[in-house]
Design a protein around this ligand. Structure first.
Ligand SMILES: [Zn+2]
Length: 383
């Protein structure tokens, strides 16, 4: 955690990222690599914009019941996205929700209100809880930081599976550089690496997952070649901001603001407010607030003021008990895990150990990152 007490502690002069990210670098002016990269990420190429508009136009001409898939979580970004896709872009999406067992009642209420406001169908995928629980326990026992990685991977897979099932050619993603470009380099890993997650599951449970929607590399390759899904990210082409999303979601979807940040999912809140800061000294608010600073939604002073408040809530002991009960682990085992040696994904087998991945990296070096063959190969390996 950036407590300002360690001798080599340093914080960026432009955003609020600091040396709690061990890979952070600073330029001559004291500005970090994260916010410098942000300025490059938000630039929209005019050709990309033309391609995007052309894709939307093509989708609108389809005579199918649905012309795209949109994932919904009950959170702010996906709420705004569905409103934007239906009301601004004029598309006919199938909304897809992935239930990982950690949803709050208010999230379910917000999703239903959104679906009703947009007049679209909702398709829900429920992850097998007995195996998903073991997946999260494996991550906990592995000593690595990203407890949320399997949720992100399975959302991705579930959206693709829904696209194949309903013969929809396009997934609309809420990913956007404006509010997401900045993230600590070691806080997250695994969202796109089934090899890593499956390996952890096997290692710590002495069994293979049978009911979680993992895909083998061979099957992913087949899907990519035989039935390619187009991924479109419309938010990068508008002046997107958190404040704009908040206002529109409340006005048009009767969205109810969660009493606590990340209130749509217990695990997301527990992970970001307790597990990550207490176990790894990483405060994800730094990344979120830095994005808001760079998106001109918040002053750096206000961000620093917010960071001076602890992430821990008065209900933390009850939250820990709930977490342990859900995962069927004792409190003493949990306390022991919290004190065990910390690891990173690099301590385990990952996708990057595959020969195919190494070949892709070599081609990337030889042919350049913009080579279509290289981009395709790296994308194939990632899913
Ligand atoms: Zn910075």
């Amino acid at each position: 955690m950036g407590d300002g007490m360690t001798p080599n502690y340093r914080i960026c002069s432009r955003c609020v990222m600091d040396t709690s990210d061990p890979n952070i670098t600073f330029n001559y002016h004291g500005e970090c690599n994260h916010c410098t990269n942000y300025l490059q990420e938000i630039v929209v190429d005019s050709l990309d914009r033309e391609n995007f508009l052309s894709t939307i136009s093509t989708l609108k001409k389809l005579r199918t019941s649905y012309n795209c898939i949109v994932g919904v979580s009950g959170g702010l970004d996906s709420t705004f996205l569905l409103l934007h896709v239906v009301k601004d872009l004029g598309l006919r999406p199938l909304a897809v929700h992935v239930d990982n067992g950690w949803n709050t009642g208010l999230a379910t209420r917000n999703i239903n209100s959104l679906i009703s406001a947009c007049g679209v169908d909702l398709y829900t995928t429920v992850l097998d809880w007995s195996e998903f629980k073991l997946m999260q326990k494996a991550l906990l026992l592995s000593g690595t930081p990203d407890l949320e990685a399997p949720t992100d991977l399975f959302i991705n897979y579930s959206l693709r599976n829904a696209a194949y099932k309903f013969k929809v050619p396009c997934i609309i993603s809420g990913t956007n550089p404006q509010t997401e470009a900045i993230m600590g380099s070691t806080w997250s890993y695994g969202q796109r690496d089934p090899i890593y997650l499956k390996n952890l599951y096997k290692k710590f449970n002495c069994a293979s997952p049978l009911r979680l929607p993992f895909k083998s590399l061979g099957y992913s390759l087949y899907e990519q070649v035989a039935n390619k899904i187009n991924i479109v990210r419309p938010l990068r082409y508008i002046k997107y901001s958190r404040n704009m999303a908040l206002k529109r979601s409340i006005d048009e979807a009767k969205w109810i603001v969660y009493p606590r940040k990340h209130g749509e999912s217990f695990i997301t809140r527990f992970y970001q407010d307790y597990f990550l800061p207490v176990r790894f000294g990483a405060d994800k608010r730094r990344a979120h607030l830095s994005n808001l600073i760079m998106n001109k939604e918040l002053s750096r002073e206000d961000a620093l003021s917010e960071l001076s408040n602890s992430t821990l809530q008065s209900s933390i002991q009850a939250d820990i008990e709930y977490f342990c009960t859900k995962l069927s682990i004792s409190r003493s085992d949990f306390d022991e895990i919290m004190q065990s040696p910390k690891k990173l994904h690099t301590n385990y087998r990952t996708m990057k150990d595959l020969h195919l991945y190494k070949i892709g990296v070599l081609l990337k070096i030889a042919l350049g990152t913009n080579n279509s063959l290289v981009r395709r190969l790296m994308r194939l390996i990632s899913y």
